[in-house]
Design a protein around this ligand. Sequence first.
Ligand SMILES: [Zn+2]
Length: 182
Amino acid sequence: MKRRRVVTTPEADEDARRIDEWWMENRGAAPNLFLEELADALALLEMEAGVGVRQPSRAIPGLRRYLLRSTRYHLYFVHGDDAVVVVGIWGATRRTTPRFADRVASTSAAFAAAGDMTTPGFVNRNGQEVMRVVDVPGTEQPQRVYELRCRSCAHRYGSRGSDNFDRQCPACQDGAPGMPLA
Ligand SMILES: [Zn+2]
């Protein structure tokens, strides 16, 4: 079975820290229950990325949520080929969710840091495929640029790795102009 790397966004870390503090102050009988349940859930995500149910989100397509049954929190996550990114953790009994639109950038960065989305062959939801990695001269040091190819129109252009997740083609999808490849 394929193991995925589970990584968290800074926002999810902050959610966990806040919830853990609350739990320790208010649930003296089981102060560690939240962290224990969270650790179990993260271990599960490493093995089975498809757990939980879909959470419709315009900002983060493919988002899912998984219920921590004892403590009643939802773990929100999205999986790529090689990594699972935990986007947030939120009270399941609240009528709200995190503002996912505010977490798109950190989700992309987490995927990129995990090495997913930057591997040649990765294709994002807009049909933009990672072809190769190029080091182009930068002002201070060589910059790592990813050559993407649009599957619709075959246009090739450069992208920062953290953009690969939701990059749109500059030629046929009104995406931002590509970075130079040389
Ligand atoms: Zn295109």
